[in-house]
Design a protein around this ligand. Structure first.
Ligand SMILES: *Cc1c(COP(=O)(O)O)cnc(C)c1O
Length: 469
């Protein structure tokens, strides 16, 4: 493609992108296609001849778009958001244009140094101690895996990296509400999923510290080695916030690594009124937070912080001859800070977003989302046929339809039907969780451009749809 052709198609696509953003509300939030619809439309074989960009772009619109779930639709209230923003998209275009592979400082000094500085900016703003170091990963799952492996290497004095496992049985503790990435990480790291100790929770679904300590003592009696505690700062189901300070005391008393999973809720730490959740952070060893969820930075961008970068580098560094350079030892080579060798230039979009909004702009948006969720919570409380399942946490409300005189089983069915009808309508998209084994609807209000009207619309759709049950 010549620069002239690129310019023409680039302008055309940027025009399309801006129009998409203006009219995203016109699309069904959740893709309405049946399985295989997209697959069956795409040609059988890789084409021999060149296809014109005009045809490729036309096919994108007719074949691909119907199979898209519109995560940037303001009525996307499912899972957690993966929101984006103008500055993030523009930076991502530059990243793709430069096509930098930032594995080492030498392979693009700006990629490494901007990443270092962005981690300092963000860490400073959310209350990470100034002596810690940060690095960007592709996902919280990868960062948690890196934490588990670092903990394992520190505990085994770097023995498992060298000799492999011998007879150790390591144990990893978390609440029964924590994210599946902890179990997955333990499988991959060779710790074994049977050695993930899922600790019971309190009524508010935070980890029971008393139960945790009991489990650690039982394990010590059996000759197991307690390795890591994972604190959930915002569980995926209901955004329950474990106490870092209490878990930190246990981790210090028993010499156990403390990893904090704030993948979703990390954004709220930008607000001084939520900073109390960081109490005791100095007792932790690592911390993960996804700007790619609720901080207007498109997927992927995970901020991973460690108290002591030395453990990380000793765990992951590898230096074959072809990667040696004269700057080694003077600069950071981020491929030594995690699993993959190759690394995308992700800090550029974070730099664009953080500067475009500024700290106050980010705080304003996050506060607005929390206020919208608070309004929604009030509607539920005041409604006669709905009830809160738990008090709201941040911008997530857990509720259910509960007209009188229905058994728990029937309520589970009716609420599942309600979610199905709403999602099939294409008007809003919500998902569910189980709280104390009961079907619970979960609404998340964190889309970049969500407004009061959007939330009022969602509430109206939810109420109206109960007539179909
Ligand atoms: C989303 C989430 C994860 C996983 O994040 P990825 O970046 O998709 O791997 C882990 N923990 C919590 C609490 C989450 O909300």
């Amino acid at each position: 493609m010549t620069p002239e052709e690129f310019r023409a198609h680039g302008h055309e696509l940027v025009e399309w992108m801006a129009t998409y953003m203006e009219h995203v509300r016109d699309y069904p939030v959740k893709s309405q296609v049946q399985p295989k619809t997209i697959y069956d439309q795409i040609g059988e074989k890789l084409p021999l001849d060149s296809t014109s960009m005009a045809d490729i772009i036309a096919d994108f619109k007719t074949m691909i778009l119907p199979g898209i779930t519109h995560w940037q639709h303001p009525n996307f209230h499912a899972y957690f958001p993966a929101n984006t923003s103008g500055p993030s998209i523009l930076a991502e275009m530059l990243t793709a244009t430069l096509g930098v592979q930032g594995m080492k400082w030498d392979t693009s000094p700006a990629s490494t140094e901007l990443e270092e500085k962005m981690m300092e900016w963000l860490g400073g703003a959310i209350g990470i101690p100034a002596t810690w170091s940060g690095v960007i990963h592709d996902s919280a799952s990868t960062a948690t895996l890196a934490a588990l492996i670092s903990a394992r290497e520190q505990k085994s004095e770097y023995g498992i990296n060298t000799k492999g496992y011998e007879h150790q049985i390591y144990r990893v503790y978390c609440s029964d509400q924590t994210h599946s990435s902890i179990e997955k990480g333990c499988k991959i790291a060779g710790i074994g999923k049977n050695n993930v100790v899922k600790t019971p929770t309190n009524d508010d679904l935070t980890i029971s510290v008393k139960e945790l300590e009991k489990k650690i003592q039982e394990d010590l009696d059996k000759g197991f080695t307690p390795l890591c505690i994972v604190a959930a700062l915002g569980t995926t189901g209901t955004v329950a916030m474990d106490s870092i300070a209490s878990l930190g005391q246990i981790s210090k008393a028993y010499g156990i690594w403390l990893h904090v999973d704030a993948a979703y809720a990390g954004s709220v730490l930008l607000l001084p009124e939520y900073q109390h959740h960081m109490q005791g952070i100095e007792l932790a060893d690592s911390f993960v937070f996804n700007p790619h969820k609720w901080l207007f930075t498109n997927f992927d961008c995970t901020a991973y912080y460690v108290k002591d970068a030395d453990h990380l580098v000793r765990t992951f560094a590898i230096l074959p001859e072809y990667l040696k350079s004269v700057t080694d030892g003077k600069v950071h080579n981020h491929s030594d800070w995690g699993i993959p060798l190759g690394r995308r230039f992700r800090s550029l979009k974070l730099w664009f977003v953080l500067r475009y909004y500024g700290l106050e702009g980010l705080q304003k948006k996050i506060r607005e989302h929390i206020e919208l969720a608070s309004w929604f919570e009030t509607q539920i409380i005041e409604s006669e046929s709905f009830e809160l399942v738990l008090p709201r946490s941040l911008n997530v409300v857990c509720f259910r339809y509960n007209p009188s005189h229905l058994s728990e089983e029937v309520l589970d069915q009716k609420n599942a039907q309600l979610v199905q009808h709403l999602n099939d309508s294409g008007k809003i998209y919500i998902t569910h969780t189980k709280v104390k084994n009961r079907y619970t609807i979960r609404i998340v209000i964190g889309q970049t451009n969500v407004t009061q009207e959007d939330v009022a619309f969602a509430w109206e759709q939810i109420r109206k749809t109960t007539s179909k049950l």
